[in-house]
Design a protein around this ligand. Structure first.
Ligand code: UDP
Length: 312
């Protein structure tokens, strides 16, 4: 297949490029490099199955030749980024999705939207099944991200229903692994780099808020399984192994041997209190199940960050 991946130089996008190129597909990665990093795809440059196009997908997307799939991963998924870059966050979720859908329609390609657990907002239902409609404040600091993704899902379904485009929606829960940006402000890069520098880990609020962390290789397998399925309805992908952020910080200190402990810092506004995917649909429809445990995945991630931090 010939596949376009928007956000292809990003964290998840670049792992997806690797996975698909390794399985014999032709991959075009598109990225404006606002938060994507050319280092993530440097090893693919020169591979005849791979091409990189630097482009901002909020503008008209032109790609020469046929496409079998358009996978729209371009996004600013870090809460720190979407507070600092609120307009770009809204634009890539809304206008970028519209452009990517238009391209898929023109090429007769399958369209896959990378959506998010943030569509559930600060959830009142736990764990979160796909049927839950969410609890989102449209004008809150997270609204720019959450609402753009909710709009993106609505737009995707409209292209499916009105134009007959073959579409998929994956709701991605917290994912971690090598190639996360050191300074993206999310909990894994923040705490792991603090631990490796021997600093105390900054836990926001009381640390009792929960998250469930999925290792990136598991997620990529799930996304590809969904692409090759026939499922049009949204599918949650994530690891249901739920921890408080305090527990999570303690595990990172243990695995890195960091003796500097933990400091509690001011809580983030509207930080969701709990999050865990109900993955029954992915299990049943895709036969998908995360395989990499938290300690195993963190050990690999820590090794990668260690090597990164040691670079000049
Ligand atoms: N968090 C933290 N310390 C940090 C960074 C994040 O305690 O240095 C918390 C954050 O407040 C949230 C959780 O970790 O409760 C996950 O945050 P992240 O930014 O990774 O993404 P989110 O799941 O909120 O989108």
């Amino acid at each position: 297949m010939r596949i376009l991946i928007t956000g292809g130089a990003g964290f998840i996008g670049s792992h997806l490029c690797d996975y698909l190129v390794a399985r014999g597909h032709d991959v075009i990665a598109m990225d404006n490099l606002i938060t994507g990093n050319p280092d993530n795809i440097a090893h693919l440059i020169g591979n005849p199955r791979f091409r990189f196009i630097q482009h901002d997908v909020t503008n008209y997307i032109y790609v020469e030749g046929p496409l079998d799939a358009v996978m729209h991963l371009a996004s600013l998924p870090s809460p720190v980024d979407y507070v600092n870059l609120p307009i770009q966050t809204l634009k890539v979720g809304a206008l970028g999705t519209h452009k990517a859908l238009g391209l898929a329609k023109a090429k007769g390609a399958t369209f896959l939207l990378a959506s998010t657990s943030e569509v559930y907002g600060d959830p009142l239902v736990h764990p979160q099944p796909e049927e839950y409609w969410g609890n989102v404040n449209p004008i809150g600091l997270r609204g720019v991200y959450d609402e753009s993704k909710r709009f993106a899902e609505a737009m995707t379904m409209a292209y499916h229903r009105y134009h007959g485009v073959d579409t998929r929606i994956v709701r991605i829960f917290n994912t971690y692994g090598p190639r996360m940006r050191l300074n993206d402000g999310r909990v894994v890069p923040s705490l792991v780099s603090q631990a490796l520098r021997g600093e105390p880990l900054t836990v926001h609020g009381d640390g009792m808020q929960t998250r469930s962390f999925c290792y990136v290789s598991d997620l990529v397998e799930g996304i590809v399984a969904l692409l090759f399925s026939k499922e049009v309805n949204p599918v949650n992908l994530g690891n249901p192994d739920e921890h408080t952020i305090l527990e999570f910080a303690q595990i990172i200190n243990e695995l890195t041997g960091n003796k500097a402990g933990i400091v509690f810092t001011e809580g983030r506004p509207e930080d969701p209190r709990q999050r865990r995917p109900d993955i029954t649909r992915a299990r049943t429809l895709l036969g998908w199940e995360p395989k990499v445990g938290l300690r195993e995945g963190l050990t690999q991630t820590i090794a990668w960050f260690k090597e990164r931090l040691a670079r000049p």
